[in-house]
Design a binder for this molecule. Structure first.
Ligand code: NAD
Length: 729
């Protein structure tokens, strides 16, 4: 028998075997080959010892020596699966499932003592145990997040959650949303049986279960077992069945996310057959997802790219990390109020300054509202909320900013005003304070001219609503120093947000690229394409916001102002402004029809008295429609996706973007590029036919819809060299 190294066997004199998950080569336990081998060896040994002496082992406790209980499938392996190697994956998956089943049916009680995160494969392992006790600690997270990576739980997770909770609850509470529960919520939702306050209590409870249940079996292995809530063979249940695909359409808005569909099929089909057959069905649906492109895209973005970005691949090396203690937020409007809340939530003292004390107090009111809501929903305690609020000091007096070690400016988007507010405070805050502007469009290099310490000046572009949006775009001006960049990076991480780093340019990365999405939607309206179809195309491409409604939210006047300023700057520098067909549509909407967007009460949509959207403006069809003009739906979707992707490649060419991971993460988390693509450059990598396929398609779009779709030189060169967009990490 092979001695297992990944799973440590510890047996005491009472006949309890503790299997300690402890991969010697990794910081977390994953379902890699070493684990699979060890697990098989453990199953062999358990069976052999029990065969020799049925009383030798009374029960088994599964626990971990790591911070996490078990991290699940190894994503480095999964991202490499191709249709050609899918068979191996299927066989490997079935083997591990067989071994889980062997342990589950030993006839002896098996308890999972969950002492850290048990997500995905970790939870599946725990599900194969007869009893689950979870440690009530901040690191304990339980659930099946596979759907968020375009996968399904292929280690028996679908089969067992359906048998444990019933089809409906398994789908809604565990499988389709990928919800991660803390220990208490996991217990409330029936995912674990007990919660323990301390590691000692965790093991004590596991032992108590073994003592009380000498012959344990899963509910589904007992005679007369029925799946809770029924199965499709029950007419009452069957009547509800059509609601599932309808809900699914609601969840994905018709965008190409194959995982929810496969999860639904595996759950419903698997509920109608015996356990073993259900495991095979689940495995097939899993392998189909793992071999497909969407899961690769999603693993790349939501795991690898996110990790690269957050771990500081773009932070200058060799600079000591620093923590901000007290931050000055200038301007207590929508953005300033949100920034103040996010900083205070992370434990930073905040001085929130506006022109009048009343405005600053109103800005703090935003935090009061968020705190009250969090307390009423049980997401925080009154004590913590009070402490958070006590950290925010509203003021109109610049003298109160003394001692601040960072400044985040969020006053109106006006360069001379921004210069003025920095001059006012530069000598009051700490002499080496980091100076940040939250401008969404103004060049950082120009804003920096308003301060003496230009090397300490940097852009920190937050997104609205700040408390919800995870991204911050850091913009390095021409004179920004490495030290400032490192400190800005650390500050963003300190407030638990995800930092991408770009070089200075008008609109930076995010504002510039989202403009192409919006322009393309508006241009299609101008071409006379049915506006409702344009909206539908955006939704079905997977954009979280429909394009014309987004335009209305931003107002038609603001992008117009930015465009006119940019145009002037380009022409003053001797260049030619590449006029976009959307411009004429926006000009007509504003000048001829007086429709400036939602805040003006009328835009591409009509708005009711209550400010709610009341349908697309019928005038669009009257003024812009060419009867009978239609273009393929695929073209409509790809015009939006390609417009963003092509400009992102140009930003790489121009050196504004320096990292592929930043582009992917920034596009999904900042500007709503569809998640199924894995981000704007992974979309290019994963396009049908790879980069050459993408180039060919871009040329086709250029021929049909305009030169702006001509593929940039960098893209063509990479396609010719057979490369993809990666950071080479
Ligand atoms: P806002 O109009 O809601 O707030 C601006 C605040 O600045 C107001 O409360 C105003 O009283 C205050 N202010 C003006 N002059 C001041 C002074 N001299 N000292 C102190 N405070 C002063 O604007 P907003 O939407 O919060 O935007 C602020 C900045 O953030 C702008 O630069 C904007 O481009 C940028 N931004 C906005 C968004 C967004 O979605 N709204 C997103 C990212 C960045």
């Amino acid at each position: 028998m092979t001695e297992s190294t990944t799973i440590r066997w510890e047996q005491d004199d009472t006949g309890v075997v503790t299997l300690v998950l402890d991969d010697p080569n990794q910081s977390a336990n994953t379902m890699n080959q070493a684990f699979r081998d060890s697990f098989a060896a453990v199953a062999d040994r358990l069976e052999a010892e029990l065969k020799a002496d049925p009383d030798a082992i009374r029960g088994i406790i599964l626990t971990s020596a790591k911070k996490t209980f078990f991290a699940g499938g190894d994503l480095r392996d999964l991202i490499r699966v191709t249709p050609g190697t899918a068979r191996d994956l299927l066989d490997g998956g079935l083997a591990i499932k067989r071994n889980m089943r062997r342990i589950e049916t030993l006839g002896k009680p098996v308890v999972a003592a969950i002492n850290g995160a048990a997500l995905g494969g970790g939870f599946e392992l725990a599900l194969a145990c007869h009893h689950r006790v979870a440690l009530d600690a901040s690191g304990t997270k339980i659930g099946c997040p596979e759907v968020t990576l375009g996968l399904l739980p292929g280690g028996g997770g679908v089969v067992r959650t359906v048998r444990l909770l019933g089809i409906t609850d398994a789908l809604l509470k565990v499988l389709l949303q990928g919800t991660q529960y803390n220990a208490r919520r996991a217990q409330e939702n029936g995912l674990v049986h007990e919660v323990a306050a301390t590691p000692e209590e965790l093991i004590a409870k596991a032992r108590a279960f073994i003592d009380a249940n000498p012959e344990s079996a899963q509910p589904w292995d007992r005679p007369g077992y029925r799946i809770p809530g029924g199965t499709p063979s029950n007419p009452k249940f069957a009547a509800n069945l059509p609601a599932f695909p309808a809900n699914l359409r609601k969840q994905t808005a018709g965008a190409p996310y194959p995982a929810p569909r496969n999860i639904l099929a595996a759950a419903v089909e698997g509920a109608q057959v015996d356990f073993e057959t259900a495991q095979v069905i689940e495995a097939r649906y899993f392998v189909e997802l793992a071999a497909g492109q969407t899961s690769k895209n999603m693993i790349q973005a939501f795991f690898f790219d996110l990790q690269a970005v957050n771990s500081g691949a773009n932070r200058p090396q060799g600079i000591e990390p620093r923590t901000v203690r007290k931050v000055a937020v200038l301007g207590a409007g929508m953005m300033g109020a949100g920034i103040a809340y996010s900083c205070a939530r992370a434990g930073i003292e905040v001085v929130l300054k506006d022109v009048a004390l009343e405005s600053a107090v109103k800005g703090k009111g935003y935090s009061e509202k968020l705190c009250a809501k969090a307390v009423s929903r049980g997401r925080t305690s009154q004590e913590k909320a009070d402490a958070l609020l006590a950290r925010i000091t509203p003021t109109a007096d610049a003298a109160d900013l003394a001692g601040c070690d960072a400044v985040i400016e969020a006053v109106f988007e006006d360069p001379s005003l921004k210069h003025k507010v920095f001059q006012e405070i530069e000598h009051i805050v700490a002499p080496d304070a980091l100076l940040c502007s939250n401008t969404s469009t103004l060049p950082i290099t120009v804003l920096a001219e308003g301060v003496e310490r230009q090397g300490d000046f940097i852009g920190l572009h937050f997104f609205s609503p700040v408390d919800k949006m995870p991204l911050v775009e850091i913009i390095k001006g021409e004179r920004t120093g490495d030290e400032a960049l490192a400190r800005a990076f650390d500050l963003v991480r300190q407030i638990n947000k995800t930092p991408i780093v770009v070089n200075d340019s008008r609109g930076f990365f995010t504002s510039r690229v989202i403009g192409h999405f919006i322009n393309e939607g508006v241009a299609m309206v101008g071409e006379g394409i049915e506006p409702a179809s344009v909206e539908q195309a955006a939704a079905q491409a997977g954009y979280p916001a429909k394009v014309l409604s987004l335009m209305d939210e931003l107002t038609l006047t603001l992008p117009r102002k930015i465009r006119n300023e940019s145009k002037r700057a380009v022409e003053e520098a001797g260049g030619t402004w590449p006029t976009h067909p959307a411009e004429a549509v926006i000009d007509r909407m504003v000048d001829e029809f007086g429709r400036t967007g939602r805040s003006g009460g009328a835009g591409f949509y009509e708005y009711g008295e209550d400010g709610k959207r009341a349908g697309l403006w019928p005038g669009l069809r009257e003024h812009f429609t060419k009867p009978g003009h239609e273009i393929p739906f695929k073209d409509m979707q790809e015009r939006m996706l390609f417009a963003e992707a092509l400009d992102t490649v140009k930003l790489l060419e121009e050196g504004v973007l320096t990292s592929v991971a930043d582009a992917n993460i920034g596009s999904i988390f900042g500007i709503g590029f569809p998640g199924w693509t894995g981000g704007v450059l992974q979309y290019v990598n994963g396009y049908d036919g790879g980069l050459p396929g993408f180039v060919a398609r871009a040329r086709e779009l250029a021929e049909r819809y305009g030169e702006r779709f001509t593929p940039p030189a960098l893209l063509v060169a990479k396609a010719e060299r057979g490369e993809t967009f990666t950071d080479g990490r």
